[in-house]
Write a protein that binds this ligand. Structure first.
Ligand SMILES: [Zn+2]
Length: 323
């Protein structure tokens, strides 16, 4: 007790005790891997985009979600076009601006074409914040995006260090969104839909992490007409807007999913059509169906089907629910 008093007294007498001001906002550097003359990994399908392009697309979608849905988050990109900042440049951007988080976006490759799934890389398991953020990403990749999570890896697992993780001074995670050498995953990574879902998984993991780490910062924007790509406890059936005809029998089925996806999520909203989610009583892994409609005639359903397909839901089709 005596000692405690002594220490506290001398601390105050020194006049140097100024409590750190509470943080009011955070800054994240988003680093789309590769670029310019460095294409990164390639898919065996020549029509597919190289890794550098996919990284940039997913990175921008992630950054856009942050800007649309959260307050008090500043987003800085290491590149926003097809340029190639060196690894030193990327580290310097992160270290020079009082940045709180560094998220590098990549796609993977393996000699074995069967290998697929997502990975989140950190420098060391000792960095608790990086480890927790990486875990949040993998959780969302698995639940939100329905990908196979290959887990969190550090430099011991890889048997080498990654420069952008080793030398950045803040919470740093490098995500591998999937394997371009796996045929199915390469196709998924090349769809607008796949890119949206992956970016939204990264967004959700990031949001969970920062909300937990900074309880004093108000990240959530006041409710307006923008909902997050996320709400976790929606009712069984939700619709973004009333459909023009509620008596028709034709619907467009756009997708099904294992986990409930918010019908307000950007990938649905950009269709500009009301999306309805229905819980299925099925034994299959897919528990939810997403439809648009109803339409009284198949002709108008077909017109919207074209629009839906063009917007990334290439497998959408018309169903007749009266049958
Ligand atoms: Zn890469």
């Amino acid at each position: 007790m005596k000692w405690t008093c002594l220490i506290i007294t001398s601390f105050f007498l020194g006049g140097s005790f100024v409590p750190a001001p509470a943080k009011e906002k955070i800054t994240v550097v988003i680093d789309p891997g590769h670029g310019g003359s460095d294409p990164g990994h390639l898919s065996s399908d020549k029509n597919h985009k190289p890794e550098k392009e996919l990284n940039l697309i997913i990175a921008k979608k992630f950054g856009t979600y942050l800007q649309i849905y959260l307050n008090n988050v500043t987003v800085i990109y290491t590149r926003s076009d097809d340029s190639f900042p060196t690894l030193d440049d990327r580290v310097n951007v992160a270290n020079s601006m009082g940045v709180d988080y560094f998220v590098s976006i990549h796609c993977n490759a393996n000699e074995r074409k069967t290998v697929h799934g997502t990975e989140s890389h950190i420098h060391s398991m000792q960095s608790k914040s990086s480890l927790n953020l990486a875990k949040e990403f993998e959780k969302e990749f698995s639940t939100r995006a329905g990908r196979k999570s290959r887990g969190v890896k550090d430099s011991d697992d890889r048997t080498h260090s990654l420069q952008v993780l080793k030398y950045t001074h803040m919470t740093s995670v490098l995500v591998e969104c999937g394997f371009l050498t796996n045929e199915k995953e390469a196709i998924y990574l090349n769809t607008d839909y796949g890119q949206d879902i992956l970016a939204s998984a990264i967004f959700r993991g990031f949001r969970s992490h920062i909300t937990h780490e900074h309880p004093g910062i108000k990240f959530v924007k006041p409710v307006s007409n923008t909902n997050t790509p996320s709400s976790s406890s929606p009712s069984t059936t939700t619709t973004t807007k009333p459909t023009t005809n509620s008596t028709g029998k034709y619907h467009i089925q756009i997708m099904s999913s294992k986990e409930a996806i918010d019908t307000q999520s950007p990938e649905f909203k950009k269709l500009g059509l009301g999306v309805t989610r229905t819980k299925l009583n099925s034994n299959s892994a897919f528990k939810y169906r997403y439809t648009i409609g109803p339409y009284s005639d198949s002709e108008s359903a077909r017109r919207d089907l074209e629009k839906v397909k063009k917007n990334g839901f290439k497998d959408a089709y018309i169903i007749n629910l009266s049958e």
